[in-house]
Design a protein around this ligand. Structure first.
Ligand code: A3P
Length: 273
């Protein structure tokens, strides 16, 4: 348990819980867990382990900041606290509520090729349903309606990033955000994590030694004080195969929303389409 090892490192004195300095706001299936776990490699970071849904759920929000604080990890005086809940990105209420908590909070948004994100989202729902002994429709049935793309399919909808970014940028200045390239984080985690360290003004600590490529998993796994660990088996699952012409439709559909997203954030990504 990360919190316990932190306690040992710092001694148990001077530890307290405080509101997050950093929030990973999304996107769902963008690589939010990988980002959180990789950030935790840094000794100046204390991370809340579960998704708290504090700012996107009225019931949770009404429990108040005191409750929210009680859910945070113990941290030392030199540590920054981070929380991640991917649902914040698409929540109408989250930006204002987070601003009220701390206008200088630092926000991390990890994005991924919208087409891959659709497949990942489908796979997540498929497995959730399976656990409940329920079946999900085949992906192609969900993606298509009357021969065209089914634009009301949630997984497609959630890959249209720009309206959400627009909403966040009405509340926070652009420099409150750092955007992590989720596809690059998969291929080369160190480079992406160095950028995150710089944005957070953390002493550079995360190094090559912290990562190794696990051939069985097909992803990078983490090394911390000689201890190796991969992300949970639910991270990095195979996606269903989809007919090329349907993928083509998706690529075409996302082209314009992607362009709007690039314009808003002042950066382009190497996405299909
Ligand atoms: P897939 O399982 O569809 O491949 P989130 O944590 O936001 O749900 O994102 C899950 C995604 O994180 C995974 O989606 C996977 O592609 C990505 N990911 C990035 N780095 C990873 C890593 N080192 N190990 C496993 N998954 C990783």
């Amino acid at each position: 348990n990360g919190n316990n090892s932190r306690t040992k490192q710092n001694g148990s004195e001077n530890l307290s819980r405080h509101l997050p300095d950093i929030i990973i706001i999304g996107v769902r299936k963008g690589g939010t867990r990988a980002l959180l776990e990789m950030l935790r490699l840094h000794r100046s970071i204390a991370a809340a382990q579960s998704e708290l849904h504090f700012f996107d759920s009225d019931v949770r929000y009404q429990q108040g900041l005191e409750w929210y604080t009680s859910q945070m990890p113990l941290s030392g005086p030199d540590q920054l606290t981070v929380e991640k809940t991917p649902a914040y990105f698409t929540s109408i209420d989250a930006p204002d509520r987070i601003l009220r908590m701390n206008p200088s909070v630092r926000l991390l948004l990890i994005v991924r090729d919208p087409v891959d994100r659709v497949l990942s989202d489908y796979t997540q729902v498929f497995h959730n349903q399976l656990q409940k002994h329920k079946l999900t429709q085949p992906i192609e049935d969900l993606l298509l309606r009357d021969g065209g793309l089914n634009l009301s399919y949630k997984a497609v909808n959630r890959s249209v990033y720009y309206p959400h970014v627009q909403r966040w940028l009405r509340v926070f200045p652009r420099d409150s955000f750092h955007i992590v390239d989720g596809d690059a984080l998969i291929r080369n985690p160190l480079t992406e994590m160095k950028r995150v360290e710089r944005f957070l003004r953390l002493e550079p600590q995360i190094s090559e030694e912290n990562f190794y490529f696990n051939r069985t998993k097909g992803f990078y796994c983490l090394k911390e004080q000689g201890h190796e660990r991969c992300l949970h088996e639910s991270k990095g699952r195979p996606h269903p195969s989809v007919a090329p012409e349907i993928l083509q439709k998706l690529c075409k559909y996302f082209r314009e929303p992607n362009r709007k997203f690039f314009e808003l954030v002042g950066r382009t990504f190497d996405w299909k389409g």
